[in-house]
Design a binder for this molecule. Structure first.
Ligand code: ADP
Ligand code: MG
Ligand code: MG
Length: 252
């Protein structure tokens, strides 16, 4: 069973502490959501876990399937099955979507055995069809000129093809209209399985109406200040975040 375990993780960016001890235990088959206001460190958490060089882990631990994630290089983390769909996916000029995906899928083959071009293409076309993505999309350059909705759908295609152990989805709902949101949510739901744990990072409760999380955590000031079930997301929608902000004793 897949498992991502964080214990008291502390992360700094540019010398400033952003995460001040985050603990989480995400198992295969579970969907966790991290919610919180802007600027509380949600993206810092996802980027630090992927090994982004701008984020320095200053304390605590992170393991993926029992292995020390923090000791792995970026490509090793991806190969070990950690996947991040980002708020702002980047363009890769000159690399077609299909080639990018095939390289990534082959890197994930445990025995180093590459998938042939034709079987890969077949699998890709089947996944694209089920996501309602046009087939010419496979041969376009990665993210170049993609609309916001196309980028998000494409990230879900990557997710479907790569079959990660742990998938982190950072604000995949931002900029999506309701129809695109439903497509993305339905795709994530269809990929739910004991082999994969999911961490959804979102500012709004809207996405969680379509992907019911098992656990909801509120991140404020670089700490998880409250955890609960999916009803916590509804409570946040109704009450906002202010009631959970730590009180400043000097300013009652
Ligand atoms: P969220 O995703 O919750 O909106 P972020 O993780 O993007 O929040 O940012 C959390 C805080 O860390 C913000 O105050 C932001 O300005 C700061 N921060 C993020 N990345 C960097 C960086 N590379 N260098 C310095 N500060 C950063
Ligand atoms: Mg933000
Ligand atoms: Mg963010």
């Amino acid at each position: 069973q897949a498992e991502l375990k964080l214990h008291q993780l502390q992360v700094s960016a540019g010398g400033t502490p952003i995460l001040n001890g985050v603990s989480l235990d995400i198992k295969g088959g579970e969907v966790h959501a991290i919610m919180g206001p802007n600027g509380t460190g949600k993206s810092t958490l996802s980027l630090a876990l992927m090994g982004h060089p701008r984020y320095e882990v200053t304390g605590g631990s992170a393991t993926l399937d029992g292995q020390d994630l923090l000791a792995m290089k970026v490509d090793e983390r991806a190969r070990a099955g950690l996947f991040l769909a980002m708020q702002y996916p980047s363009e890769i000029a000159g690399v077609s979507n299909a080639n990018f995906l095939r390289t990534a899928v082959n890197a994930r083959q445990p025995d180093g055995k590459e998938i042939g071009v034709l079987p890969f293409r077949k699998q890709l076309e089947a996944e694209m069809a089920s996501l309602g993505i046009e087939s010419k999309f496979a041969d376009r350059y990665l993210n170049e000129g993609f609309s916001g909705g196309e980028k998000k759908r494409n990230e879900i295609l990557q997710l479907a093809m790569l079959k990660p152990r742990i998938a982190i989805l950072d604000e995949i709902d931002s900029g999506l209209d309701i129809d695109a949101l439903k497509v993305v949510a339905q795709a994530v739901n269809s990929l739910r399985s004991p082999q994969m744990g999911v961490l959804i990072i979102t500012h709004y409760q809207r996405l969680l109406e379509y992907i019911a999380p098992d656990h909801v955590h509120v991140l404020i000031g670089g700490r998880i200040v409250k955890s609960g079930g999916k009803e916590l997301a509804q409570e946040l929608e109704a009450k906002g975040y202010d009631w959970l902000k730590p009180q400043d004793p000097a300013d009652p």
